[in-house]
Design a protein. Structure first.
Lengths: 106, 166
């Protein structure tokens, strides 16, 4: 599994990955594709939570016209939407597939 | 001469109020673009309660730390938008801040979920993505074995990484 990565992600994140590799003697991974995998997994995990909160919103939608404030799930969902958009930028800049839990790889 | 006098003024600054005022003046008269950047940084740090970062602990005078330090402190305080603003103003990498933000957000959400179960689902999904991404699976047996091993190694490290977040 080979990812192309740019120097954009070559910060502490890579060194942390290298530390992981030293504790994994049988690893066939390069520092670059391990770091890329972490970014991919972060996107995937955000997407998974996005789906979770979306389900909660579907199950308990705010009553329309009631003036009911957005519930916690809504607030989390909005935070995730914004963050996922930023993570897409990271993925694109680093030539890493963006992890999307419900719709496979973008 | 102008730079010396500006430096001299800055070195006499002893309070956040004086600093903010001087930076507003220097920024308004447009002496140098750096003052506008510094004014923005100072305002962000003041709002975050981190303005002490701009003052030497010993001499109590204004001392500008490296932009990386300011960005790190803002990110540590979970002020990721502010960290990105300072990073952009100083031409630093913003992607690493977003990655930190993702980890921070996931940690918060993981507290209210069965994180270990979620991790297994996420890792399983990543395996299928990695396998479908791997062009090597169309190659010979040796290449296939290498690709499968890479996916297995990614899975091991990925699971450990996600579990460490929660």
């Amino acid at each position: 599994v080979q990812y192309k990565t740019s120097p954009l992600v070559a910060g502490d994140f890579f060194y942390q990955s290298a530390e992981d590799m030293r504790t994994e003697p049988t690893s066939s991974l390069t520092v670059e594709n391990l770091a890329a995998e972490k970014i991919f997994l972060l996107s995937l995990a955000l997407s998974w939570f996005n789906g979770e909160f979306n389900d909660q919103i579907d199950q308990h939608p705010p009553a329309s016209g009631s003036g009911q404030e957005k519930n916690e799930a809504w607030k989390h969902f909005e935070v995730l939407q914004e963050l996922e958009a930023k993570m897409i930028q990271v993925s694109v800049a680093s030539h890493i597939p963006h992890g999307n839990y419900s719709h496979d790889v973008m | 001469v102008r730079e010396e006098s500006e430096q001299s003024m800055m070195s006499h600054i002893q309070t956040p109020y004086e600093l903010g005022h001087l930076l507003r003046v220097l920024s308004t008269v447009n002496l140098h673009a750096k003052y506008k950047t510094l004014e923005t940084t100072c305002a962000l740090l003041s709002n975050a309660g981190l303005v002490d970062l701009l003052f030497d602990k010993e001499t109590k005078t204004f001392t500008l730390p490296p932009a990386e330090t300011i960005v790190d402190r803002l990110a540590e305080a979970a002020l990721f938008d502010d960290a990105r603003t300072v990073a952009v103003a100083n031409e630093l990498d913003v992607d690493s801040i977003t990655v930190q933000q993702a980890q921070h957000t996931l940690k918060q959400f993981s507290l209210s979920h069965f994180w270990s179960i979620a991790v297994e689902r996420i890792v399983s999904h990543s395996i299928s993505c990695n396998v479908s991404n791997s062009n090597s699976l169309l190659g010979n047996m040796e290449e296939n074995q290498r690709a499968v091993r890479a996916v297995q190694d990614l899975t091991t490290c990925g699971r450990r990484f996600l579990l460490s977040i929660g």
